[in-house]
Design a protein around this ligand. Structure first.
Ligand code: OOG
Ligand code: MG
Length: 272
């Protein structure tokens, strides 16, 4: 298998993405120069990049799923769910201004997140996923891409770039017992920019139910023999397309369940 043989190439790619991120510069998609670039190689590059960050003191707190809704698949022109790793230092406390310093071309998108309470591995169904979660949280994910113009040619490019992970903001923890499986698929969200509605959606957009995205994550991780540990934060993927995040904006994510407001998340973006 080429992943084994091309260790040096994988390390080089991981380093190029790492450097681009810390220096806030962009690189061309890896697909351009990587012959026989496979999805397996892409996840390996992601893993090497995460390993470097762990060595620098960051910690894994969970995972993010990406491209789990039609809206996102169409926005990015890619149609397969993928995952990335969430690191502690990328969590941003809610109700504090979001500093864009160091970001390249950030975007923001609304998601449903879970916190798991059991280790999970392999093939699980939605009701097993439901009983394995303790909390549900409304979330806003901040994406950034280390590629020129936030464009990539293949799924492999984005996977290698830790699925465009850059930051995330979590709402209050809500006990999962306040929901049923069904009601988790009926959370609606409105994303506003400076008071103007930009996007609207419902959590059913995420593979029918965000719990299905958790099942998909556990199954994808099992392909590299990795369990999902208890107490993981899982972002299940954007419900609506992402919108560009620029200095001086106020972004609001209003989440509702059965007409009742679940959460109002407000982000003020500031420059340096
Ligand atoms: C890929 C990451 C997608 C989501 O929620 O769908 C993602 C990207 O948009 O660059 O995080
Ligand atoms: Mg996302």
């Amino acid at each position: 298998m080429s992943v084994q043989m091309d260790r040096e190439k994988l390390n080089q790619c991981a380093q190029a993405l790492f450097d681009a991120r810390v220096n806030s510069v962009t690189i061309p998609p890896l697909t351009k120069t990587f012959e026989n670039f496979t999805l397996e190689a892409a996840y390996e590059i992601q893993k090497i990049g995460i390993h470097t960050r762990l060595q620098a003191g960051e910690k894994i707190v969970g995972y993010k799923m990406g491209l789990t809704s039609k809206a996102k698949m169409e926005q990015m022109g890619l149609h397969t769910p993928i995952y990335g790793v969430l690191l502690d230092q990328t969590e941003h406390p809610r109700q504090t201004p979001f500093r864009l310093k160091g970001k390249i071309h950030p975007k923001i998108e609304p998601e449903i997140a879970f916190i798991t309470s059991k280790d999970l591995y392999g093939k699980i169904n939605v009701s097993e996923a439901f009983t394995a979660c303790s909390k549900v949280l409304m979330a806003l994910e901040i994406l950034d891409s280390r590629y020129h113009d936030f464009k990539y040619f293949t799924l492999h490019d984005v996977v290698a770039d830790n699925s465009s992970s850059s930051g995330f903001i979590l709402g209050e923890e809500i006990d999962i017992s306040r929901f049923s499986i069904d009601s988790l698929g009926k959370i609606s969200v409105t994303l506003k920019e400076n008071g103007e509605v930009r996007e609207k959606g419902e959590s059913s957009a995420v593979l029918g139910n965000p719990l299905q995205s958790l099942c998909e994550l556990v199954s994808l991780l099992a392909q590299s023999d990795t369990p999902l540990p208890a107490h993981s934060i899982v972002l299940t993927g954007a419900i609506t397309p992402a919108i560009a995040l620029k200095t001086g904006q106020t972004i609001t994510g209003d989440f509702f369940a059965s007409e009742k407001q679940l959460e109002k998340m407000i982000v003020h973006s500031i420059g340096s």
